[in-house]
Design a protein around this ligand. Structure first.
Ligand code: KG4
Ligand code: ZN
Length: 337
C-alpha cells in the first residue's frame, strides 16, 4: 500500500512513491530547472510552469508499475508559485479521478520539516529553523497538526539573500551553493557589513538591509580604479555569508537563552549551508540540545518529503475533496493545524 506524491511549488518537478506501513521510499525522482532559470538570475514563474508540464508526465510514466498499489494521491498545494503549484495540483486531481483514489493536500513547509523523517520515524516535538528561498522561520513543531511559527523574516529570506547577492555579482542561480563556494576562497573579515537587527531584542529576521550593504560595496568596487576583481568577489561572498549566518545565530542564541530546546533541526534548501551547519552544531552542543539535519539530498524541494507528510495525513484520514483543493502562494496563518 503506497502513496504517490507530487511536488511543483517552485522550480523542481518531483514525484515520489512511499510505502505507508514502513515509510519506505519506493521511488523518487526530481527534475530541476536550475539551468533554465540561471540566465535570468532567478526563477521565472511562467517558464517554470511550462517546464513542469513537460517534466511531470515524463516522471509519472516511470511510476505506472506502482499504480495498482496506490491508496492515495498527495500534492503540495501551498505555499509556492501559484502557476507552478497549479501544474502539480492539476495532475493530482486527474490521477485521483482516473484511479479513483483519495486526494491529500500537503503544506510544503510541513514537507520541509518531515524531510527529517524520510524513511524514518517521526521525532516531535522539535524546534525547527526553516531556511529556504521563500522562508526564514522558526517553528515550534509539536505534532503534525500543532505547529506554530514563532519567528519570521520581515522582508527577504536567508536563501533569497544568497540568490540576490549572487545575481549582483553575475554568479548565476541558485546563489546559495556558488556564494558558499566563493566564500571558501575569501577573507570573511575584509568587509565590515552590518548584522541585521543586532540591537533589537525581538526574535525576527531581516535580510534586505544586508543585501543593500553588499550592493553598495559592489558599486564602490566597480567604481574603483581596478574595478571589481575576482578576489574581491571571494572576499565579499565570505563577508556576506559570515554576516548572514551571524544574524541567524544571534537570534537563535536569544531563543536558546530563554529556553534551550531538547530537539532542534534546520531544514529547507539553505540548510545545506556548511557555515550555518557548523555554527549550529556548536550552539546545540553547548546547550545540550539534540541537533537534527535532513540528508543533503532532501534539503531542497522534493516529493519524498511531501510523501512522508502524506503518510501521516493518510493515517488520520486527512483527505480533501477534489472540488475543495486550491493553491495558495502564501500561508498567512502562524498556527498550522
Ligand atoms: O527549499 P528550496 O529548495 O526551495 C524553496 O522552497 O525555496 O531552497 C532553495 C534556496 C535557494 O534560495 C538557494 O540559493 C538556497 O536555498 N540554498 C543555499 C544553499 N544551498 C541552497 N543558501 C545558502 N547556502 C547554501 N549552501
Ligand atoms: Zn521549499
Amino acid at each position: 500500500r503506497m502513496i504517490l506524491s507530487i511536488e511543483s511549488s517552485c522550480d523542481d518537478s518531483s514525484i515520489a512513491i512511499t510505502e505507508i506501513k514502513t515509510n519506505k521510499l519506493i521511488y523518487h525522482k526530481k527534475i530541476s530547472q536550475e539551468l533554465q532559470h540561471s540566465i535570468y538570475g532567478g526563477v521565472v514563474p511562467e517558464l517554470a510552469a511550462r517546464l513542469h508540464i513537460e517534466a511531470l508526465p515524463k516522471i509519472l510514466e516511470e511510476c505506472k508499475e506502482y499504480f495498482p498499489f496506490l491508496k492515495a494521491i498527495a500534492v503540495t498545494n501551498a505555499p509556492g508559485l501559484s502557476v507552478t503549484l497549479t501544474e502539480g495540483v492539476t495532475m493530482a486531481k486527474a490521477l485521483s479521478i482516473s484511479l479513483n483514489l483519495p486526494l491529500i493536500a500537503v503544506n510544503h513547509l510541513k514537507g520541509h520539516i518531515y524531510s527529517l523523517f524520510i524513511e524514518k520515524d517521526e521525532i516531535l516535538p522539535m524546534t525547527v529553523l526553516l531556511v529556504s528561498g521563500g522562508h526564514t522561520q522558526i517553528i515550534e513543531a509539536n505534532s503534525l497538526y500543532d505547529m506554530k511559527v514563532i519567528a519570521s523574516t520581515m522582508d527577504d529570506s536567508f536563501g533569497e539573500s544568497f540568490d540576490k547577492v549572487s545575481k549582483m555579482m553575475h554568479l548565476g542561480y541558485p546563489g546559495g551553493p556558488v556564494v558558499q563556494e566563493y566564500a571558501l576562497k575569501g577573507d570573511m573579515n575584509r568587509f565590515d557589513l552590518p548584522v541585521p537587527l543586532s540591537q533589537s531584542p525581538k526574535i525576527e529576521f531581516s535580510y534586505s538591509g544586508l543585501k543593500n550593504a553588499v550592493r553598495m560595496q559592489i558599486e564602490k568596487l566597480e567604481n574603483s580604479e581596478d574595478g571589481i576583481m575576482q578576489q574581491d568577489k571571494y572576499d565579499l561572498c565570505a563577508s556576506f555569508q559570515k554576516t548572514a549566518v551571524l544574524h541567524i545565530m544571534q537570534k537563535l542564541k536569544k531563543l536558546f537563552k530563554q529556553k534551550a530546546p531538547k530537539n532542534f533541526a534546520i531544514v529547507g534548501g539553505a540548510s545545506a549551508n556548511i557555515h550555518l551547519r557548523a555554527q549550529l552544531e556548536e550552539l546545540c552542543k553547548k546547550s545540550n540540545t539534540n541537533l537534527y539535519l535532513s540528508e543533503l539530498k532532501y534539503c531542497s524541494d522534493n516529493a519524498a518529503m511531501i510523501g512522508r507528510v502524506a503518510v501521516e495525513q493518510y493515517k488520520q484520514n486527512d483527505f480533501i475533496r477534489i472540488q475543495d483543493i486550491d493553491v495558495q502562494s502564501r500561508i498567512k496563518e502562524l498556527v498550522w493545524a
